[in-house]
Design a protein. Structure first.
Length: 732
């Protein structure tokens, strides 16, 4: 090669490198309407987290480095050279090496209808191992979703030992965390606590559902004890329905290190060359309007797709469960439909107990999987019931639990290999002492589960609602389908299988309303809610406890997704007797329903219910589609709880208040409203007035929004279980 040509080649190489390096900016800023995330993505350097919070513009990127040097952390920390800290990822390469050292190789930005996707490709310095870190901004919702895609080109499989979706450092200060936890029939208890030194892990290892115990959703209040309408808040939601781990590792320096992803316990993932492992997404939001502001961002995000069809108002339904339990029979189903239609109801749902021929479902120990009508109980079949509903002017819905079977069932006799099981070990049974989970990792089982819904809806296209239950944990950790070396994929593949089936159902049946139930609130999860219209908040229908559960659930979920039913008194779970008005007033803050035997009601109760249902129809658009403002928390033990909904143009609002404790001469504080237009005038009308009572002193009065919000209203709550519903309408 002569000298001239060598110079040319060097120049060309240099030029190529320069062009390549100049392809992206070092500071990557991703913004929504009110928030920004900033990363430093220098070529061949580690990707660095720089900032998340209030919206900034490009010109301020330098200021972030100049003024806030504190959080110079890797944006996706991996185990290897710097192995003393907590990590988001740890992998074993095909040659046994356990380290990673990832650097930035490419940055891409792609505009979408709703924002932008920022994808940063990280490559290991030594191995052909790659992680794409993605951030998607949703401009209107003020949400940034974060997830990673892992792949490699090594000679043999790599083992992923830890594979979090996301990492975010939060600057230490007076930071509090709010999180939800509970148990069956006591879901969604709220805890707010300051973050101290050490590791706080929030996780769930039920295997099948992840909504009962700890929930994969947290809020960080950056300015001390959480408040509803002030202070800076970062929210984080993991969109995954299986086992997960959220870890907050408060280090000795200056950060609370937040990691979120699938739980890695018993879940090492064997990643084949060229296979792409996509983690679930973590949805972050930021608000300087307190916990309430962050919640409203999540509600908007839910309405815009994360809850199925969440811009369509929901029907008022009667569910048969607490009315007849498993004693379903044609006569009573007809009678319940008649009674409910007469009260103004819109949909009847026949719960558990309708199926099984060889093994009729008379107890909870048989028949799951045998989705054929029990001819003894329902001699004229489903078509007859659906016709009856239609003749009464209401819709018809039905209960299934398609992921499960019982050892006493025809399905189990035919396909014993379809259950999760460990060869040579006696099965561990769930509910009824016989319940087993189907192996959703198996495509044949996925086809069967899809078929349960498909058959029902093909044979009975007029079924308009399905309650999809899931009453058992993932016991018996073994799959006859997965190969020996991939048994550790069960927890993950189960939920991938479930989501596959749900997607197929939604492709074919976009309009049928489907409720996610998991033995109560087990399936409250953004991992599956894009395919479900609503979820059952809890098997506990006690109105007093529901105030707490619904309050906490609304931290992350919108009212339209929350199924809330008026049940009998005394309540079947707590034994508590509560007036019907209070029960309605509590259920009316979400998707209203009833769950009792109407024939056991007195005439007065029926007529009160008829009126309450009519009144709910008036406020339904505001409750189900409006913006929620929580006013007084039941968790603050101030003797009352209060919340309200306001429509988008703030011309209408509905206000709810409840007495949660009652003592003689106790002070009931003035309640300040929120979300109204300060300059508008609102006329108040009391709704759902208790039998024999007169409207309260506020009825018919007109007030300026500013006064209602700054001074507040005195609400007459003078008895045990007193409650008030007020409609506020703009007066012009
Ligand atoms: C679960 C559900 C209940 C009811 C029963 C039926 O517990 O949460 O609402 O459907 O199953 O068996």
């Amino acid at each position: 090669m002569n000298r001239h040509r060598t110079i040319l080649l060097i120049a060309l190489l240099f030029f190529t490198t320069i062009t390549y390096a100049a392809n992206w900016q070092r500071e990557q800023l991703l913004s929504t309407r009110n928030t920004s995330l900033m990363l430093t993505a220098g070529q061949d350097e580690a990707l660095k987290f720089a900032y998340y919070g209030d919206r900034i513009d490009e010109s301020e990127c330098n200021n972030i480095h100049e003024a806030w040097v504190g959080l110079n952390r890797d944006a996706y920390p991996t185990f290897g050279s710097t192995c003393i800290y907590s990590q988001a990822m740890q992998a074993t390469h095909c040659d046994g090496n356990m380290t990673l050292d990832l650097v930035v190789k490419n940055v891409e930005r792609k505009a979408t209808d709703r924002g932008e996707i920022l994808s940063i490709t990280l490559q290991d310095k030594l191995y052909p191992y790659q992680v794409i870190v993605n951030y998607e901004s949703l401009y209107d919702e003020d949400i940034i979703e974060n997830w990673v895609e892992i792949s490699h080109n090594e000679k043999k499989a790599v083992t992923l030992n830890r594979f979090d979706s996301s990492y975010m450092p939060i600057r230490k200060g007076n930071v509090w965390i709010s999180h939800l936890h509970g148990a069956w029939s006591a879901e969604s208890w709220l805890t707010a606590e300051p973050l101290e030194h050490g590791i706080l892990e929030i996780r769930n290892t039920d295997g099948a559902r992840n909504g009962h115990f700890n929930r994969p959703e947290v809020m960080f209040s950056l300015d001390g004890k959480p408040t509803e309408n002030s202070g800076r808040v970062i929210g984080a939601v993991l969109c995954w329905s299986g086992n997960y781990s959220l870890r907050i590792d408060t280090d000795k320096n200056n950060a609370h290190n937040f990691f979120a992803g699938m739980c890695n316990e018993a879940s090492q993932y064997i990643l084949e060359p060229k296979e792409i492992f996509v983690t679930p997404r973590v949805a972050y939001t930021y608000s300087d309007r307190g916990i309430g502001g962050a919640s409203r961002n999540y509600h908007k995000w839910a309405r815009n797709g994360m809850v199925h069809n969440a811009t369509t108002q929901r029907d008022i339904l009667l569910n048969s469960w607490e009315g007849v339990y498993l004693d379903v029979n044609e006569k009573e189903m007809e009678q319940m439909m008649s009674d409910f239609a007469a009260m103004g109801g819109e949909l009847f749902v026949m719960d558990d107990g309708w199926f099984g021929n060889k093994y009729p479902r008379s107890k909870d120990n048989s028949s799951l999987g045998d989705w054929v009508v029990d001819n003894q109980k329902l001699p004229n079949g489903l078509s007859h019931l659906i016709n009856t509903a239609q003749n009464k002017g209401i819709k018809f819905g039905i209960w299934i639990e398609p992921e499960s079977t019982n050892s006493i069932s025809e399905l189990f006799e035919k396909h014993p290999d379809w259950t999760l099981q460990v060869k040579g070990r006696a099965p561990h049974y769930g509910r009824g002492g016989t319940q087993l989970l189907l192996d959703m990792t198996n495509p044949a089982v996925q086809d069967f589960v899809f078929g349960v819904v498909d058959n029902l809806l093909t044979q009975h296209p007029d079924i308009s609602y399905i309650k999809w239950d899931a009453n058992v944990e993932l016991f018996n950790y073994g799959s006859t389908y997965l190969p020996r070396n991939k048994q550790s994929h069960i927890y993950i593949e189960y939920h991938r299988g479930l989501v596959n089936v749900l997607k197929r159902i939604r492709d074919k049946y976009p309009n049928v309303v489907i409720q996610a139930c998991g033995g109560g609130g087990g399936r409250i999860s953004y991992g599956v809610m894009p395919y479900f219209d609503e979820f059952w908040v809890s098997d506990n229908t006690d109105a007093l406890q529901r105030i707490y559960m619904q309050w906490a659930t609304s931290y992350f979920y919108p009212s339209i997704a929350m199924a809330q039913h008026v049940s009998a008194s005394p309540n079947h779970q707590t034994g508590r007797s509560i007036p019907l008005k209070f029960r309605f007033d509590v259920a009316m803050t979400g998707r209203l329903g009833m769950e009792l035997q109407p024939k056991d009601m007195t005439d007065e109760e029926r007529s009160f219910s008829t009126n309450a249902i009519a009144q709910y129809k008036v406020i339904r658009p505001i409750v189900q589609l409006g913006n929620q403002y929580r006013l007084v928390s039941p968790f603050d033990n101030r003797g009352i709880a209060s919340l309200m909904y306001v429509n988008d143009d703030a011309s209408q609002a509905v206000f709810f208040a409840y007495k949660t404790q009652h003592f003689v001469n106790m002070n009931v504080e003035r309640i300040r409203l929120d979300g109204l237009d300060a300059d508008k005038y609102y006329t108040i009308r009391e709704f759902n007035i208790a039998p024999g009572e007169k409207p309260c002193h506020l009825d018919g009065k007109t007030f300026k929004g500013r006064l209602l919000m700054n001074v507040g209203i005195e609400v007459a709550l003078d008895k045990e279980y007193a409650s008030r519903v007020l409609l506020l309408e703009e007066s012009k």
